[in-house]
Design a binder for this molecule. Sequence first.
Ligand SMILES: [Zn+2]
Ligand SMILES: [Zn+2]
Length: 289
Amino acid sequence: MNIRSYKLSLLEMGSFSLAGYSVAGEEAVILAPELDCSFDIGKCPREALTVNHVLLTHGHMDHAAGVPYYFAQRAFQGIEPGTVVAPAEMVRPLEDLMAAWARVEGHGPAHAHRFVGAREGEDYQIRRGLVARPFAVRHSSPALGFCVIDVRQKLKSEYLSLTGPQIVELKKAGTQITDRVEFPLVAYPGDTAKKNFSDLPFVANAKVFLLECTFFDAEHVRRARAGRHMHVADLPEVLEGMKNEHIVIVHVTRRTNMAEARKLLRKSLRKEIADRITFLMSRKYIEED
Ligand SMILES: [Zn+2]
Ligand SMILES: [Zn+2]
C-alpha cells in the first residue's frame, strides 16, 4: 500500500497567504486565513475549521463534501457555526443535507449552521472593509465565482490639504469627504469553462487569480467541453487582458505531468503572461506514482 501524505500547499502573497489542496474530481479547498475565508471546502481539512466564512462555488462533491463536517466539527469544538455562502439555489438542498445528516447521526436538530444564498453582483460582507463579490461562471451545475475585495475609504483629493479640525468640521456638516476605493485581492471562478473574465474589472485586476485548468492533454479537449472545464488550449484567450500579479493554476487532474504542463504553458502563452503563472500544487501532490 502506497501511503500518500496529505498536506496543504502554501503560497505567500504578501499581505495574505493561501493554503490549499486542489486536484480535479478529488478535492478543491483553498484557504485564505488572513481574509477569514475559504474558497470551497473540499473534504474540510483541519485548517479549514479556523476560518469563519466558506465561499462555496458549486455543489460537486470534490468542492462541497466537507460542508456538514465543517459545521459539526465547529460545534464539537464549541466555536460559533460560521457561514457557508453558496449560489442561492443551493441553500435549500444544503439545508436538507444538514437535516439528513442529523438523522444519519441519530440526533435531533441539525448542528448549528448558517447558509447565505449568493447572487451575481450582490456583495457579501466578510468583515468591515472586506467583501466577497459573486460573479457568473460557466459550469455544469449552478455555480458562481467569488472575488474577495478590500474596500477602503480614501480622503477625496480636494480635501488632502485640509487640517484635522477642518476635516472634522466638514464631517459634522455631513459632507461626503471620502471616496470608496476597492482593492480586489483574490478572484476564484471555481470550476468553469472558458469565459471572458477580463470583462469584469474586479476579476481582471485582482492581485491573485485562482484559475482552474483541469486538462492539459491534447486529446482531452472534448472532455473539457463536456464537463465545462478549462483546457490548456483555452488559456491564451482567457488570460488575455488579465492584469493579475499572480495567476495560480488549480484543479489539474492527477494524471497531469507537471513538467509537461509547465512546458505547454510556456509554449502557448506570451512570456509576460507565463511569467505570472504558478501552480498551487507541485508534482509531489499531483502526479500518479
Ligand atoms: Zn471540481
Ligand atoms: Zn465541478
